[in-house]
Design a protein around this ligand. Sequence first.
Ligand code: G3H
Ligand code: ZN
Length: 307
Amino acid sequence: MTAIETLKSTSNTLRDVLTRLQKEDAALGHFNVSDHVLLKAVIAAGAESKLPVLIGASEGEREFFGARQLAALVNSERQESDFPIFLNADHTHSLAKALEAAKAGFDAVTIDFSALPFEENVARTKEAVQAIKAVNPAILAEGEIGDIGTGSEIKETAQGGKLSTPEEARQFVEATGIDNLAPAVGNMHGMLKSMVQGKAKKHLDLERIAQIKKAAGVFLTLHGGSGTDDEHFRKAIAAGINIIHINTELRVAWRESLDKSLARDTNEVVPYKILRPVVDSVKQVVSLRLRLFHGQPASREAVGTVA
Ligand code: G3H
Ligand code: ZN
């Protein structure tokens, strides 16, 4: 039996993989993609390490890529791969977009009504959970509470508001029926300039993660992973984090390597010659993060070395 046949013959749903990784004290890496260069980089990193990857696309990323087109590409990659590949509809702010992703074949949806007051967040999330599970009972529904700022971009000042409490987490999970919860635990979307330069790191409230895990009793997702201290990642996984989202680090690597590649030869017009080094640079960042999330030694810190 080939490696691909073995993978296909064993039960390898997203839930199975998360359950297995939790036992192994590892987390599933979630990497956002806006284009085929980023997608190729994430797939290449997974193929090299044979570690599972969760590909994410927010509403904006899906609009640029095409939700059904991205799902078709991921499905085609999956058929030829000997490692698990999953697809998440990241930061989905409407029922219509959640349904669109479920119908397109996404494995998971991050339902994000966290900007609304708690009770409204509960009601809208619950409605979306029921709707997407009616399309695909195996789909994983994620809900968000708290404020960790928006946008995987380089920022001047830190964002984010009140941290989530264990009691809120318990109530939210019970009332909505979500499969995994994304709380605010000191994380923040995007990176400060000092983080891009490797001079500062994000730090997490590890005790709070452990308390929320106990109270919520579901898989936990850490958003805003870019620029987080390596040791905090390790401890956050030990405290109960199951999925880690990384986006800005990939975007920084994409931008810096694209600038460099374009500057190398101003007469170069062959897209795949310009873009190949960009795929390689992004892949390096993904590989480092993947190794870290699976407790494998990383040769260097990912942040600040992406240029
Ligand atoms: O959903 C996407 C992530 O939470 C990414 O956050 O850009 O800080 O890595 P990040
Ligand atoms: Zn996020």
